[in-house]
Design a protein around this ligand. Structure first.
Ligand SMILES: Nc1nc2c(ncn2[C@@H]2O[C@H](COP(=O)(O)OP(=O)(O)OP(=O)(O)O)[C@@H](O)[C@H]2O)c(=O)[nH]1
Ligand SMILES: [Mg+2]
Ligand SMILES: [Zn+2]
Length: 305
């Protein structure tokens, strides 16, 4: 039996030309289902325009074969290009303290990439059983200076997963993003009983991840709260308009917004600019300056009134 009615659904997985769509439980009282959908054939509406996290309108539903057709896309709030996910409310940058080793410039690049989306960004440090308590406190302090309250996890101590789970339940759509082998899927398996997604030990020689997760997948914590696991990757270069960069560092935006630091030029880049009043005595300033200097495009300076 095919339903002629249309329903709103959420894309939870994408593979080749297929999409797994979970129908909205509130809107749809007749049935609650995951459907395998293809996109309606149309010149302007193609596969590459729909991603995990997108809300879509589905029709031509066949309940027996659990198939349907995606008719259109609901306007999205935001879109992260890599990994491609739509409608994110919170980004969790996940890095391990060991195996693979913590690489500060990599953490910096992940945080900058995450901040660009304009949603809440959190930092999670996994595998804290592999370092001393002293080193863990040192790292918490370091990232506090970067503007982040790092969440530290340790597989041998399940208690700290509970706090994170309570936080995640309040978020609409959280995404786990970070290098391969840091424990993103392990973390997801810990907080969602029965999930059992594949994880793998890091390579013994170079202690690098093995790119175990291959697909972006959205799993539900409740009908109002979702988490997206993503394949691990490293960020080698960042292409960012340098005018955007000062807003992506909490150490800078805090000074400008909360402490009212006023430079002579409104779009001061805080490097060697005339009339710059920013306090540059913070750890990431070296990373920041390098990024500004290595970037080719420049902003014109606008004088404050
Ligand atoms: N010692 C220790 N090992 C951990 C911890 N969390 C995860 N691991 C191990 O790290 C390895 C990699 O974990 P995964 O969950 O597959 O990593 P991932 O980030 O999902 O990796 P990709 O899917 O490749 O991106 C597994 O062998 C886990 O058991 C931890 O807190 N402590
Ligand atoms: Mg994984
Ligand atoms: Zn300045």
């Amino acid at each position: 039996m095919k339903f002629d009615k249309t329903y709103k659904g959420l894309v939870t997985k994408k593979f080749n030309e297929f999409f797994l769509v979970e129908l909205n439980q509130y809107e749809n009282k007749e049935f609650n289902n995951k459907l395998l959908c293809k996109i309606k054939k149309s010149v302007n509406f193609r596969n590459q325009f729909v991603f995990v996290g997108d809300e879509v309108i589905v029709y031509q539903i066949d309940l027996k074969s659990k198939r349907g057709t995606i008719k259109s896309l609901v306007k999205r709030n935001n879109f992260l290009e890599r990994p491609s996910v739509a409608n994110i409310s919170n980004i969790y940058v996940i890095c391990s303290v060991e195996e693979p080793k913590l690489n500060l410039s990599q953490v910096n690049r992940f945080l900058i990439t995450a901040e660009r989306l304009g949603v809440e960004v959190s930092l999670v440090l996994t595998k804290c059983d592999l370092i001393t308590e002293q080193k863990r406190l040192f790292l918490i302090n370091k990232f506090q200076n970067w503007g982040y309250e790092a969440i530290t996890l340790n597989l041998n101590n399940p208690d700290n997963f509970k706090n994170l789970l309570n936080e995640l339940k309040k978020n609409k759509c959280s995404i786990f993003m970070g290098p391969s082998g840091v424990g993103k899927t392990t973390l997801l398996n810990m907080i969602i009983p029965g999930l059992n997604n594949t994880t793998a030990a890091v390579s013994t020689k170079i202690k690098r991840g093995k790119n175990t997760t291959r697909n972006v997948e959205l799993v539900s914590l409740s009908s109002k709260s979702f988490i997206v696991d993503t394949p691990g990757f490293n960020i080698h270069t960042l292409e960012i308009d340098i005018c955007e960069l000062p807003n992506l560092y909490p150490e800078i935006s805090k000074q400008v917004i909360n402490q009212g630091v006023n430079c002579k030029f409104r779009n001061c880049l805080h490097v060697d600019d005339h009339g710059c009043n920013l306090n540059k005595n913070f750890e990431r300033y070296t990373f920041y300056k390098q990024m500004i200097e290595s970037s080719k495009n420049h902003c014109c300076l606008i004088q404050e009134d």
